[in-house]
Design a binder for this molecule. Structure first.
Ligand code: NAP
Length: 348
């Protein structure tokens, strides 16, 4: 029986719906509270949200009345899929009031005492929480997960740190669900590619990656020195961000050694058997035309990053393609995995 009550901020949005869907049969967490804007507050969730996921919306959640995004009455553990234009103040108010906020928004990701977590890659970054209260004055805590394109890059690069990561270039092909709903107008995206995503998408890829791959030393993150260059595009794909990635390494491992490093990569979630942990977080696909979002984004309930097409690159040394589900591994599923890890580490 799920015993820990949780709330969802931004519950009516694209990521919020994914939280509801993923938490419906969660063994530990039970959705007890939903928050969104004044536009939705006071309405039953089924009315306030335009449900557009294949999973059924259950009556128990569909009937919950959406609340304004204020801490009074919310459970201690709150997931956040708030629009970043409002997440800063609202998440701080919840943390101030003693809540644990497990957030998708960009607002606090780069704060020195806020963990930017991928549990397979940097579970030890939770140590930053010890100093968060003193640095911010919050009674509660904020923990974040990366931008949805960053998670694909950082997961693919993490097993390559052992070979001496020097430089990487990524061109993304990002799904329309990454833009929220209604997102990009159909007129603009159908049959088209848009070589720009607002909100500092390229800058996020070029900074968050270094923090995630960095090491905690004396209570702070020492960023990984890899140089990251990103070019982002929006493509007419429903779900799944693809990255076309090139990388320069200090060592020159053969291709099979790199593929082995990906396939054998495991982390704390697998060791602890966390409920949302995929059995193999990175899977190398040997078919020459994979990964593809339509075929591979949902692998292991959307929590696996798939990689393929590793080959030599005449410029940087190696190149490959990687793919992850943006609203699951890149958002709601990532945050739920973070909370599962925190629960097992006694931090909730
Ligand atoms: P979205 O579909 O536009 O949903 C935004 C949510 O924020 C809605 O629930 C909305 O409530 C709420 N909201 C807006 N203004 C508010 C206000 N003034 N007060 C309280 N709530 C307010 O966006 P999304 O795609 O789910 O993204 C949510 C967050 O996750 C963003 O910060 C985004 O950058 C991040 N993220 C998204 C993805 C992705 O793939 N989509 C991946 C990673 C991270 P109403 O319905 O009541 O307006």
């Amino acid at each position: 029986m799920a015993s820990i009550e949780v709330g969802i901020l931004g519950a009516t949005g694209q990521v919020g719906q994914q939280f509801v869907a993923l938490l419906t049969h969660h063994p530990w967490f039970r959705v007890a509270w939903l928050g969104a804007s004044e536009r939705s507050a006071g309405k039953p969730y089924r009315e306030a949200t335009a449900w557009r996921l294949p999973a059924l919306l259950t009556d128990s959640v569909g009937r919950l009345k959406v609340q304004a995004a204020a801490p009074a009455g919310a459970p201690k553990l709150v997931f956040s899929g708030l629009d970043s234009s409002v997440a800063g103040d609202i998440e701080a108010a919840f943390a101030q009031a003693g809540h644990i906020v497990v957030s998708n928004s960009r607002n606090y990701r780069m704060e020195a005492t806020v963990p930017l977590l991928i549990p397979e890659v940097n579970a030890d970054h939770l140590a930053l929480l010890a100093a968060q209260g003193a640095a911010t004055g919050w009674k509660g805590r904020i923990v974040t997960n990366p931008n949805c394109a960053v998670v694909v890059l950082a997961m693919a690069l993490a097993p390559l740190r052992q070979f001496g990561l020097k430089k990487t270039m990524i061109t993304t092909l990002q799904a329309i669900s990454g833009a929220g709903y209604p997102g990009v107008p159909s007129w603009d995206i159908l049959g088209n590619v848009i070589p720009f995503i607002g909100g500092g998408e390229e800058e996020k890829i070029e900074t968050e990656t270094n923090k995630i791959l960095g090491a905690v030393k004396s209570g702070r993150v020492e960023n990984h020195p890899v140089t990251v260059s990103a070019a982002v595009t929006r493509v007419p794909v429903h779900n799944g961000h693809t990255g076309s990635i090139a990388v320069a390494l200090e060592q020159q491992p053969d291709l099979d050694t790199i593929i082995d490093a990906w396939n054998s990569f495991r982390g704390k979630p697998q060791e602890l058997g966390l409920p949302s942990a995929p059995p193999q977080p990175i899977v190398y696909l040997t078919e020459q035309n994979r990964p593809q979002p339509a075929l591979d984004a949902n692998r292991d309930d959307g929590m696996t990053v798939t990689v393929g097409r590793l080959r030599r690159c005449p410029v940087l040394g190696y190149k490959f393609a990687a793919l992850g589900h943006n609203t699951i591994r890149g958002a709601a599923g990532a945050a739920i995995l973070n909370a599962e890890l925190m629960h097992r580490e006694g931090l909730l």
